[in-house]
Design a protein around this ligand. Structure first.
Ligand code: SAM
Length: 355
């Protein structure tokens, strides 16, 4: 059975989008930008967003800053006390006119699974009796679970991993939701050259390309294995070039790069804190060399004290913004770097022809 989603079918449902700390702020902004009539009653709940959705699913399916999309089935405790009557009614409504009505290829017999909730077997029996769906932990389209106080049904074919093409990953590859936030913070403009000097498998280049397919992209890494992974993903950033290079000796001329974006070694899965003591200052000096006068860099790290100290020791660059993020037990920050005003003035004076 091949299940797909009719993204052009108009649906009406209460939906829940699961995101990450720090990323959720960008998601909620994107939802407000789309706004009425498709998205109304937009509300942040923890690291997720709730809303009333009316319209073709394509609008929400294209957002890159959430992982799971769920249909809201009610308040978990209240619904359980109620024998899940409300949840079954909401599922029926969703399959008639809501998100679940856009699933094609299920032939009215949706497969579902249930997370280990208290009283899950009652919920299973209500769904099987009320809707004749199939409890199928190996081949489900709907995962019934809790998010905070809510009972929700996560729609498998609308998970981020189903909405976007699969990518080759490395153990330290950047979470794609975080990559989407970094790409947004970059403020790249048409014609810009964007460089990721620690590109790994190229996740950041994929997200930058998704924002603007016309940008010139370059990725480099010191590891041959990383570049093999990046090459396998290159169809997702076809305008990009990949190079093998040490980030402290980049193969580009001085003052030529508009934007630098990177998930730099945290000193945990990649490198070590001792290694970063040398790497960070040397890389920042190289960044300072290649970045144009009005350039901007967005760098992700968890080795924050060392990073800030290294920036302070690089007199021509400063941090203009920090966004705290979290994923997989790590709590990195994205740092936005620009030239200090004094450095920008000096560099501009040097490049402007004398009058
Ligand atoms: C956190 S990973 C980057 C993850 C990448 N954004 C992705 O999604 O796969 C850091 C990368 O830096 C590379 N690296 C470490 N030291 C380097 C150096 N001195 N020069 C260039 N690359 C380096 C590693 O090989 C690794 O691929």
């Amino acid at each position: 059975m091949t299940v797909s989603v009719d993204l052009d079918r108009s649906v009406a449902d209460t939906i829940h989008l699961e995101s990450l700390p720090g990323v959720v702020d960008r998601l909620i902004q994107q939802c407000h930008d789309i706004g009425a009539p498709a998205m109304t009653a937009i509300k942040r709940v923890g690291d997720s967003v709730l809303m009333e959705y009316h319209g073709p699913l394509r609008l929400v399916a294209e957002l890159r800053t959430y992982s799971a999309l769920s249909v809201v089935l009610g308040e978990y405790e209240r619904d359980r006390d109620d024998g899940y009557t409300g949840a079954v009614a909401r599922l029926r409504r969703s399959v008639t006119a809501g998100v679940l009505s856009a699933l094609t290829g299920v032939e009215d017999r949706l497969g579902f699974r249930i997370d280990p909730l208290r009283d899950r077997w009652t919920l299973r029996d209500r769904v099987v009796e009320g809707l004749s769906w199939q409890n199928d932990p190996g081949g489900w389209q709907l995962n019934l679970t809790r998010s905070g106080g809510l009972l929700v049904g996560q729609v498998g074919p609308l998970h981020r991993s189903s909405r976007f093409p699969a990518m080759r990953r490395l153990p330290a590859s950047t979470n794609p939701l975080i990559a989407a936030v970094l790409a947004h913070l970059l403020h790249a403009r048409p014609g810009h050259l964007v460089y990721d000097p620690f590109c790994g498998s190229g996740t950041l280049l994929v997200e930058v390309h998704a924002l603007d397919a016309e940008l010139t992209l370059v990725g480099s890494d010191s590891s041959a294995a990383a570049l093999v992974a990046a090459a396998a993903n290159q169809h997702l950033f076809p305008s990009g070039r990949l190079l093998r290079a040490d980030a402290v000796r980049l193969p580009v001329a001085t003052d030529t790069v508009d934007r630098v974006i990177s998930n730099i070694p945290f000193g945990k899965r990649v490198g070590s804190h001792a290694g970063n003591l040398e790497l960070y200052p040397a890389f920042l000096a190289e960044l300072n060399r290649v970045l144009r006068v009005d350039g901007r860099a967005v760098l992700l790290t968890e080795d924050k004290t060392l990073f800030r100290r290294s920036v302070q020791a690089t007199p021509e660059l400063h941090v203009v913004r920090e966004v705290q993020l979290a994923s997989g037990g790590l709590h990195p920050s994205a740092y936005v770097l620009e030239r200090t005003r004094a450095a920008a003035r000096r560099l501009k004076a040097r490049s402007d022809p004398p009058r």
